[in-house]
Design a protein around this ligand. Structure first.
Ligand code: HEC
Ligand code: HEC
Length: 216
């Protein structure tokens, strides 16, 4: 079920990674498992913290050995609706994105994807779960990424006060001051030039346009 305010026709699920319960469950375990990092101290959830709407709430995020990255961790909610991941949109799929932090020396720190896979294969429970999700316990990094991406595709947020107001069901869902803010957002503030659409993010081809303009 897609929450109110989100567009079910915009959901992106790659043909070679159909969404199954087994993959989502496995992906969820992987997402929260610090054993995916070199020294067992950092999981995806370290930077995409559930208590902070899957962000880090920091100016720049901090990975293994307290190393600082260059950017703040964005939320991973509602990422099922876009084909541009990262602030600059350089990853086209959640699968491609998920592989990056695992072997990033500042983030989770492993030397290679093979090392991550080897570490996981040494855990008997994971072999069984990969077998259930992908039909084989001889898995590789692509399966790891597919499972994590499947979990991420289930993280949606809608049905907010704004969504209720926008749907026309509940005029009182927004306070008077919030309504004034929305009007500015859409007119004088020009926020909706870029923060447009149901996800407040015209990502497809749009972020790069903004950045090019900044550079020009
Ligand atoms: C050390 C902190 C850190 C860890 C660990 C980390 N991330 Fe991130 N994540 C970030 C930062 C910082 C960005 C933005 C980087 C950029 O845009 O170049 C990001 C971006 C993302 C995005 C793109 C979101 C968007 O709005 O475009 C996704 C999805 C994501 N991470 C998922 C994951 C997954 C899955 C893992 C675990 C395999 C993970 N992250 C581990 C810090 C982290
Ligand atoms: C020219 C395009 C553009 C306009 C206009 C614009 N933004 Fe943004 N906004 C962005 C981009 C791009 C980002 C992502 C940050 C980055 O890549 O530097 C962003 C990020 C944000 C964020 C942070 C989102 C997050 O996940 O951390 C907020 C909040 C925000 N904008 C609010 C506004 C408001 C309010 C206005 C109007 C007053 C506005 N923006 C106008 C392009 C725009």
């Amino acid at each position: 079920m897609i929450p109110l305010g989100l567009d079910e026709f915009s959901v992106i699920i790659p043909k070679d990674n159909t969404l199954t319960e087994e993959k989502v469950e496995l992906g969820k375990l992987l997402f929260f498992d610090k054993r995916l990092s070199l020294d067992g101290t950092v999981s995806c959830a370290t930077c995409h913290n559930t208590k902070l709407a899957f962000t880090d709430g920091q100016p720049v995020s901090v990975g293994i050995k307290q190393q600082k990255s260059k950017l703040s961790a964005p939320t991973i909610i509602n990422r099922v609706f876009t084909s541009e991941q990262f602030w600059d949109g350089r990853a086209g799929t959640l699968e491609e994105q998920a592989k990056a932090p695992l072997a990033n020396p500042v983030e989770m720190g492993s030397q290679s994807h093979d090392q991550v896979v080897k570490q996981l294969k040494d855990i008997k429970g994971y072999r069984q779960l990969f077998k259930e999700a992908f039909g084989t316990d001889d898995f590789d990094i692509r399966n790891v990424a597919k499972a994590i991406a499947s979990f991420e595709r289930t993280l949606m947020s809608g049905n907010s006060a704004f969504d209720k107001f926008e749907a026309g069901d509940d005029e009182k869902a927004l306070s008077e001051s919030a309504k004034r803010g929305l009007a500015i957002f859409r007119s004088k503030g020009e926020c909706s030039v870029c923060h447009a659409g149901f996800n407040f993010s015209r990502e497809a081809g749009f972020r790069s346009v903004c950045h090019n303009q900044e550079r020009a």
